[in-house]
Design a protein around this ligand. Structure first.
Ligand SMILES: Cc1cc2nc3c(=O)[nH]c(=O)nc-3n(C[C@H](O)[C@H](O)[C@H](O)COP(=O)(O)O)c2cc1C
Ligand code: SF4
Length: 635
C-alpha cells in the first residue's frame, strides 16, 4: 500500500474495528473540576479530537479511588459511581463522529503532584522520590485491584469501548515491575514473574469484573530508560504475559517522570525515539501494538507502520496542537497540519503546575475563543510578516476580511527565520513552513520587500491596521572596533572558522546561539548574569540545552553581568575590568525592546490600530500568536 493508505486503513482491536491506525495517546488536561468531575470543556475537547478523524481516542488518565491513586490536582476521576454520567458524555462525544473511545485508568503510586503527599510504593528502599512513602501491604494490593475493577466497570457503564490500564511511566503498577524500585520479599517481588504478578492480577480482576466485556489495552514501558529499571527484553515478556491473560493491545511508551524528557521529547530531541521499543514488543506478541513518542509527520508514521514496527501509532501533543490531523492527511493536505513544536510549555509545563493545559501554537485554547466569520468584511493592512503578522493575516482572511500583508524583507518569517536556522530547531522550521503555506492557500495579498513609512501607511485605504513590526534587540555599549552582533546576525551570517566567540546573555536565545556556533566549530563562552542558563526555559529544554553546551565544550560564566565590550572583544564588568578573554566576535543576546514605530501617527490616524507580537510586548512565540489571534478575532 502507498502512503497514506496504511495509516488510514482500518484495524480491529479485540471486538472493535478502528477506522484508521491513528491513536490519540492519553494526555492529561486539568480540564476536570477539582473533584475530578467532567466539564463541558472536556467533552468538547475530546469531541473535537474525534471529529478530526482520529481512529481511537484514549482519554487522559483517570484516578480509580479516593485514597491515594490521584496524581494531578485536577485529574479526571473514575473513582465513584457518580462519575459515570459525566464520563458517558465524553465517550458519546468521541463515538458520535465514528471514533472509538478508551478511558485510561491509573494508580499514581509515587507520582503525586504536588509532591509531599502520601505515596504508595512497592518498597520504600529503591525509590527515587522522598516524602511520605508507604510500601503497600497485601490488603492494600487487593484494594487496588478492586479499585481498578470498579473503575473499569464505570468505564464500561459510561459506554467506553476500551479501558487502557496504565502500567507505565513510574506509576504504581510500573514501579512494581521495575527491579530497582521493587525490593519486596513477598510474592510480589523478587523474580520477574513475581514483579509482574500485581499487573496480571489487576488484568484478571478487571476481566472477571467486566464480564459483559470491556476490551483492555495495556500501556507499558518498553523500557524505564534507566539503569536498573525495566528493560526492553522484560518489557516484551511482560507484553506476552499480558496478552495471555486477555489484554488485546499493547501501547508502548517509556520512562518515568525523571526521564520524561526522553518521552515527551523537547524540540531538540529525536522524533520517534521510542519506536524501536515498540518494534521489540511487536516481535513477540500477536495482538496489535501501538508505537508512541514524538510522532507527528504523516509520512514518518506511515513508514513506521509499513515497516512492521507497529500496527498503530499514537500522538498526544501533535493531536493537541491540531486535532484535524487525520482529516488533513485524508484530504491530501498534510502541509496544512499545524505542527506541534514540542515546546512542552502550554501542555506539559502547565499541566504539571496544575493549570489547564494550553498550546503555544494554538492560541484558541488559551483564549477559549473560536474564529467566527466577520460580521462585515473589512480591508485590513497587516504590517510585518513575522509569526504574529502571519497569524493575524491568516485568521483575518479565514474570517473573510480583505488582507494585505506588508513585509520589509524579501521573505516571510521575521525573527522566526533565524530562530529556526540551527539544525536542532527543525520543529520551528516546520512551523514557519506551515505559517507560510497557510497564507499561500488564502486570498492574502503579500507585499514582500515593502518597507512602509508612516505616511505610506496612513495613505492606504485600509479600514484597520494590524501592526506586527517586531522588536529591536537590546545593545551593549561597545568600542567601535569590536566585532559585535545580534543573535540573528550570528546565526544567519558567517564567522571565520574556529573563531573565539563571546555570547553575552545566556537566556534561551543566547544559549541556543552558543550551541549553534559551537556546532560550527567555534570556541564559545557564554556570560549570564543569573545563576543558571536558559532560566525561563521549560525544565526538559533547559536540561537538553545545558547538556548540549557541555558536550560541545562551551564555557559558561554564570552570575556575571557584562556592561561593555572592549575593542579586542573583551567583555567587561561595570568597573571596566575584563570578565573573560578577548573574543573575535561578541554576540549580544540580552533581550529585546518593542518597536515603537507608528505609535504617534497611530493616535491621529483615525483608524483602529492593533499592535500584536513583539511590538506590543516582546515575548515568546506563544505570546506573539495569542496577541495576533485576539486581534484577528476582534476585527
Ligand atoms: C501534558 C501531558 C500530559 C500527559 N498525560 C498522560 C496521561 O494521562 N497518560 C499517559 O499515559 N501519558 C500521558 N502523557 C504522555 C503522552 O501520552 C505521550 O506518551 C508523550 O507525550 C509522548 O508522545 P507525544 O510526543 O505524541 O506527545 C502526557 C504528556 C503530556 C505532554
Ligand atoms: S504546547 Fe508546545 S509541546 Fe504542547 S502541544 Fe502545543 S506546541 Fe506541542
Amino acid at each position: 500500500m502507498n502512503y497514506p493508505d496504511v495509516l488510514l486503513s482500518p484495524i480491529p482491536i479485540g471486538p472493535h474495528v478502528l477506522r484508521n491506525r491513528v491513536v490519540r495517546a492519553a494526555m492529561a488536561t486539568n480540564y476536570a473540576t477539582s473533584a475530578g468531575r467532567v466539564t463541558d470543556r472536556l467533552v468538547e475537547y475530546y469531541g473535537s479530537i474525534a471529529a478530526g478523524g482520529t481512529g481511537l481516542v484514549i482519554v487522559e488518565f483517570a484516578f480509580i479511588d479516593r485514597m491515594v491513586s490521584r496524581s494531578w490536582p485536577r485529574q479526571l476521576s473514575a473513582s465513584e459511581d457518580s462519575d459515570v454520567t459525566g464520563l458517558s458524555r465524553i465517550a458519546a462525544a468521541i463515538q458520535k463522529s465514528g471514533a472509538r473511545a478508551a478511558l485510561q485508568l491509573c494508580h499514581a503510586g509515587p507520582q503525586r503532584i504536588p509532591a509531599g503527599q502520601r505515596q504508595w510504593v512497592p518498597s520504600v528502599s529503591g525509590q527515587a522520590r522522598t516524602g511520605t512513602l508507604h510500601a503497600i501491604d497485601s490488603d492494600e494490593i487487593a484494594g487496588v485491584k478492586a479499585s481498578f475493577t470498579r473503575a473499569a466497570q464505570r468505564a464500561r457503564s459510561a459506554g467506553f469501548d476500551f479501558a487502557e490500564l496504565h502500567l507505565a511511566h513510574g506509576y504504581l503498577l510500573s514501579e512494581f515491575l521495575a527491579p530497582d524500585r521493587n525490593q519486596r520479599s513477598d510474592e510480589y517481588g523478587g523474580s520477574f514473574a513475581a514483579r509482574m504478578r500485581f499487573s496480571l492480577e489487576v488484568v484478571a480482576s478487571v476481566r472477571a469484573g467486566t464480564e459483559d466485556g470491556l476490551p483492555l489495552i495495556a500501556r507499558i514501558n518498553g523500557s524505564d530508560l534507566r539503569e536498573g529499571g525495566l528493560g526492553p527484553e522484560d518489557a516484551a515478556s511482560l507484553a506476552v504475559a499480558l496478552t495471555s491473560v486477555g489484554v488485546q493491545a499493547i501501547h508502548v511508551s517509556a520512562g518515568t517522570y525523571e526521564s520524561r524528557h526522553l518521552r515527551s521529547t523537547p524540540t531538540y530531541g529525536e522524533r520517534g525515539n521510542l519506536v524501536e521499543l515498540a518494534a521489540r514488543v511487536k516481535r513477540d506478541v500477536r495482538v496489535p501494538v501501538i508505537a508512541s513518542g514524538g510522532l507527528s509527520d504523516p509520512e514518518h508514521l506511515d513508514a513506521i507502520l509499513s515497516s512492521g514496527a507497529a500496527d498503530l501509532v499514537s500522538m498526544a501533543r501533535q493531536l493537541h496542537a491540531d486535532p484535524q490531523w487525520v482529516a488533513k492527511v485524508a484530504s491530501g493536505h498534510p502541509q496544512s497540519i499545524r505542527p506541534c513544536i514540542r515546546c512542552n510549555n502550554g501542555c506539559l509545563r502547565r499541566g504539571i503546575d496544575g493549570e489547564p493545559v494550553t498550546c503555544d501554537v494554538r492560541p484558541e485554547i488559551a483564549t477559549r475563543s473560536t474564529a467566527k466569520p466577520a460580521a462585515r468584511k473589512k480591508s485590513v493592512a497587516v504590517v510585518g510578516g513575522g509569526p504574529a503578522g502571519m497569524e493575524a493575516a491568516r485568521l483575518l482572511a479565514v474570517r473573510g476580511h480583505h488582507v494585505t500583508l506588508f513585509e520589509a524583507r524579501h521573505e516571510l518569517g521575521g525573527g522566526l527565520v533565524a530562530a529556526a536556522r540551527p539544525s536542532f530547531k527543525h520543529d520551528l522550521a516546520r512551523f514557519l513552513e506551515y505559517q507560510k503555506g497557510a497564507l499561500e492557500s488564502l486570498p492574502v495579498v503579500i507585499k514582500l520587500g515593502t518597507r512602509l513609512s508612516s505616511k505610506d501607511l496612513l495613505a492606504l485605504d485600509a479600514e484597520e491596521i494590524v501592526l506586527a513590526a517586531g522588536s529591536h534587540p537590546r545593545r551593549l555599549p561597545a568600542d567601535d572596533d569590536a566585532v559585535v552582533m545580534t543573535a540573528e546576525e550570528a546565526v544567519t551570517g558567517t564567522l571565520d572558522s574556529g573563531a573565539r566567540v563571546a555570547v553575552i546573555g545566556g537566556g534561551v536565545t543566547g544559549s541556543e546561539t552558543a550551541w549553534h556556533l559551537a556546532q560550527l566549530g567555534h570556541a564559545v563562552t557564554v556570560y549570564e548574569r543569573e545563576s543558571q542558563l536558559a532560566r525561563s526555559a521549560e525544565s526538559n529544554h533547559r536540561q537538553w540545552l545545558t547538556d548540549a553546551l557541555t558536550r560541545l565544550g562551551v564555557h559558561t560564566v554564570l552570575n556575571t553581568e557584562i556592561h561593555t565590550v572592549a575593542a579586542d572583544g573583551t567583555p567587561r564588568f561595570a568597573d571596566g575590568n575584563p570578565a573573560g578573554p578577548a573574543a573575535n566576535a561578541v554576540v549580544v543576546a540580552v533581550g529585546a525592546e518593542k518597536n515603537e514605530w507608528f505609535t504617534r501617527p497611530a493616535r491621529t490616524s483615525g483608524k483602529p490600530v492593533h499592535r500584536v507580537g513583539d511590538c506590543a510586548s516582546p515575548g515568546d512565540l506563544a505570546a506573539a500568536l495569542a496577541s495576533a489571534w485576539e486581534a484577528g478575532c476582534r476585527i
